[in-house]
Design a protein around this ligand. Structure first.
Ligand SMILES: C[S@@+](CC[C@H](N)C(=O)[O-])C[C@H]1O[C@@H](n2cnc3c(N)ncnc32)[C@H](O)[C@@H]1O
Length: 306
């Protein structure tokens, strides 16, 4: 049925799961069109839906393109795309090989007091932060309570993200050009405040069997995250590729002495139904636009580990 929204048209949904989805959609920060998820905060779409929009989950709105949806979701940031000559045109290459020698050098540790207004605040680290807009949005929304750090292996994305940090005049978010597989431990263990959240969102899938060791979530990184995370701190992972999500899930489930999956939020087969951060990442928006499902897990650290 082409006119049904994504969440209603899943072939595998049982009545109970469907009811859970309908409830979650009604309280979701998004309005669901026949094809897209529109952020509720976008006022012109609010105006075009009735007062019952919170209960009517499938509304008939003009179809949009995936990039426009990303712009819409992040419209509050009001970012300029024409940026300095130094950064230049940001060409996105599909995948980088993090095991190549050009990415083996650890990133220099910044002077944290120069990077953040208050470097004693709890820290959220986003590994593979891409364009950085996800963290910029969080940093703007939750200023004062937390610092945000993006680790990204593509230098131009980092330059542009830091350009946006200055443009938005934010003093609680920063991006570092780093291979997280090489630099996470040194960087994060040097941060003066507690590590509160680590997110790894839609990491590059590296599908081929022989390339799977290029995936960012590997045992040493998992150990380092657990080691540095404060008790009660969270790890949020997601992917639109089931195999990649399952791989991350297996690795984190294996650490059951230190990590526990947070199941107090709506889940389906153990996967979170909504992104708990209040905003979707760019990859997430593109993937959902294409009709993909996002597989998410949220863990908290249960105890101090040595
Ligand atoms: C598919 S994109 C997802 C970006 C963003 N998290 C999102 O959901 O929109 C994966 C990102 O991870 C970055 N990346 C891949 N391997 C990395 C590594 N070892 N260290 C840091 N970043 C990495 C890539 O350059 C890319 O920007």
């Amino acid at each position: 049925m082409a006119s049904l929204c994504q969440a209603c048209s899943s072939s595998s949904a049982t009545p109970l799961l469907l009811a859970k989805r309908m409830f979650s959609l009604a309280s979701s920060p998004y309005i669901f069109t026949s094809r897209n998820k529109i952020p509720r905060h976008y006022s012109s779409f609010r105006a075009s839906t009735s007062a019952s929009a919170s209960t009517s989950v499938c509304v008939d709105l003009k179809e949009m393109r995936s990039n426009e949806l990303v712009d819409l979701e992040y419209s509050e940031l009001n970012l300029k795309y024409k940026i300095s000559e130094e950064v230049g045109h940001v060409r996105i290459r599909q995948h980088v090989n993090p095991l190549s020698s050009s990415f083996s050098k650890p990133a220099p540790i910044p002077v944290w007091d120069e990077v953040y207004k208050d470097s004693s605040l709890p820290l959220m680290v986003d590994i593979g932060s891409g364009s950085g807009r996800f963290l910029l949005w969080l940093a703007k929304k939750k200023a004062e309570s937390r610092n945000y750090l993006g680790l990204e292996i593509r230098q131009k994305l980092v330059k542009r993200a830091n350009f946006w940090v200055n443009e938005l005049d934010l003093s609680n978010v920063h991006f570092i050009f780093a291979n997280a597989m090489v630099s996470f431990e040194q960087l994060i263990s040097s941060y003066p405040g507690p590590l509160e959240i680590v997110s790894i969102l839609c990491p590059d899938p590296h599908f081929k069997k022989r390339h799977q060791k290029r995936r960012v979530v590997q045992k040493p990184l998992v150990n380092s995250i657990i080691q540095n995370l404060k008790p009660g701190g969270k790890i949020f992972v997601q992917s639109d590729v089931l195999e990649v999500a399952q791989d991350m899930r297996d690795q984190l489930d294996e650490e059951s002495n230190a990590l526990q999956h947070v199941d107090t939020v709506d889940t389906e087969e153990g996967w979170l139904m909504e992104n708990p951060m209040g905003i979707r990442t760019e990859r997430e928006i593109h993937a959902e636009f294409e009709g993909a499902r996002i597989y998410r897990r949220l863990y908290h650290k249960t105890q101090l580990t040595t």
